[in-house]
Structures are given as C-alpha cells and as structure tokens.
Design a protein around this ligand. Structure first.
Ligand SMILES: [Zn+2]
Length: 312
C-alpha cells in the first residue's frame, strides 16, 4: 500500500513539473514585444524558407519553423496598414462596395481598404493593380489562424508556377494570413507593407487558392472586361442585392487574367447558380458546347497563366 502511494505521488510530481515547463515556454512566447518584431523585420539575416510540399510530415516540420518566427499576434496586427481609398464622384466605371469586418469589399471578396465613412455601402472607382516583383510573395501566418495545414496545402498548388511563396516576415512587403470573422477575402495584387489576407474558419483549400489568386493579381472570370463575349448574364435570376458582384472590371485589371482566353474551368469563376434568387443559373456560356465548371483547385488555364507571369 505504501509503495503504491509513493508511486502515485511520484507520478503527480512529475506531471506537475512537465506542466510548469510547458507553461513557462508558452508564457515566454507571449511576452515578445513589438519593438522586437520591428527589430526582427529590420534584420536581413533571418531566414526565408520555401513552403512545404503536400507531404504531411513536411508540413509538420516546416510549420514549426513558421510558427517560431518571433512575433505575437498583437504586434503584427498593429503593424498592418489598411490602404485608404476614396469615393467616386463621376459614375463612369464605378463599382459599388459593401463593408465586411470594417473594410470595403467589391465583388464579394476583393478588399479595397478602409472606407472613407461608416456608410454600409458606397461607390468607388476601379482599383489599381500592382504585381509582386519577380513573382516572389513572402508570407506569415498569424498564430490564431485555425487549421494552418489548409493554408500550406493551398500554397503547395503554386509550387510548379512562376509565383514563389516564401515564409518569413523580414521583408518590406509580405502577406499576413489572419483569422477572419467574416468572408474570406484579399486585396487585389500587392498593396505593400504587411498586407492582410483574411481566412475564416470555414474557408477550405479551394477558397484559399482563390484568395491567393486575388493576392497575386487575378480578377474573377465573370468580371473580366471581355466577359460579355463569352457569357450571357441571366439578370432575372440574380438576387438584386448581389447584382454588383457581376460588375465588369476595366481592361487595365486584366494584366494576369488576360494571359489566357476566358476560362470556364478557372478557380476564379463563380459557380453558375452563385447569387441566384431561384436556384436557376445566373450566367450561361454563349457557346452551347461550353459548361461552367469551376475547378476545385487550379485549372489548366490557371496554371498556364501562372506560368506566363514574368516570362517576357
Ligand atoms: Zn474572389
């Protein structure tokens, strides 16, 4: 009996010490200050790393590296600069934006920046599009983003393209994956600084690939400047609140999307019943031999376009 009691006591003490050790480690990682982050950002010596492959073991090991980047969630969020934008006075080329999580959004998931006032909607001009130099996009994943494996999986689809995602935050411009309580969304192309990309808990790999395409500089296929040559819009079936999601973008935003002809299988094309008020199609190919069937990842034309970037 005494022996059993001694054994139980020993186990209890060991468990207590292991618990204390882990707690100290956690507390240590939470006390890093913003000054340290800024210092880390200025140092050119910290490593950037290539993203892991589909292999789950690789994901685990590289994930640790990413999470070891010395940063607390709060410090990074303070650094994030949202770009302001202005309202449009004329009605030429105007787009209607709505507000999601305090940022102005067009076409469901393209972020413009901080709205000029607190109205729930407004008009604005077409956004500008700046591409990432040499197709290199540094990224950082905030520690509060749930299930980061889905982000690594999405990034891995770009491995054999001319776009290179590199883990690390010691860059002037980089993408920051942050938890979203609204829709998944992204800026279009590079806006500079710590650039957020919003990931909500229900975003799957396909949605993350789609948002990454926006961050690279791709627009939706149904918003292309030439879409009326390829699609008939069935306006009677579209929920009037969502007609703004079918606005056409100017040809200046076709730098990347226009690298191929209209793609009925692109990850950037909405399904044909998206925003339908009656479950009937909201758009139909003009060519009766074509079908709207968006890819669950990157379509062959998406890959083709990604491989034409910077190949001048
Ligand atoms: Zn989108």
């Amino acid at each position: 009996m005494k022996l059993k009691l001694l054994l139980a006591f020993t186990i209890l003490v060991s468990v207590f010490f292991i618990f204390q050790k882990n707690r100290n480690l956690n507390e240590k990682s939470e006390t890093i200050t913003e000054a340290q982050i800024l210092a880390a950002n200025k140092t050119n010596s910290s490593k950037t790393q290539k993203i892991p492959t589909h292999h789950s073991d690789d994901i685990k090991s590289d994930q640790t590296t990413v999470f070891n980047v010395p940063a607390s969630k709060i410090a990074i969020q303070k650094k994030i600069k949202l770009t302001p934008f202005s309202r449009l006075e004329s009605e030429i080329g105007e787009l209607t934006y709505t507000i999601d999580e305090d940022v102005a959004v067009i076409q469901g998931d393209i972020v413009l920046g901080t709205p000029p006032n607190d109205a729930a909607t407004g008009k604005t001009s077409q956004p500008n599009l700046t591409l990432w130099p040499s197709g290199v996009i540094p990224f950082y994943i905030q520690s509060n983003v749930s299930n980061p494996e889905r982000i690594f999986k999405a990034l891995s689809y770009f491995e054999k393209t001319k776009i290179h995602f590199l883990a690390g935050l010691n860059q002037t411009d980089f993408l920051v994956f942050q938890e979203s309580s609204g829709n998944c969304k992204s800026y279009l192309g590079k806006v500079g600084g710590a650039q957020p990309i919003w990931i909500s808990p229900n975003c799957g790999v396909r949605e993350i690939i789609h948002e990454l395409m926006h961050a690279i500089g791709f627009i939706h296929e149904q918003n292309r400047s030439d879409r009326n040559q390829f699609l008939d819009m069935l306006w009677v079936n579209i929920d009037s609140r969502h007609k703004i999601n079918f606005d056409i973008f100017s040809s200046s935003l076709m730098q990347l999307s226009g690298l191929s002809s209209f793609d009925f299988e692109s990850v950037m094309l909405y399904p044909d019943t998206m925003f339908s008020i009656n479950n009937q199609p909201t758009m139909r190919p003009k060519d009766p031999t074509q079908f709207i069937r968006p890819s669950s990842a990157l379509s062959s034309k998406d890959l083709e376009r990604l491989n034409l970037i910077n190949s001048d």
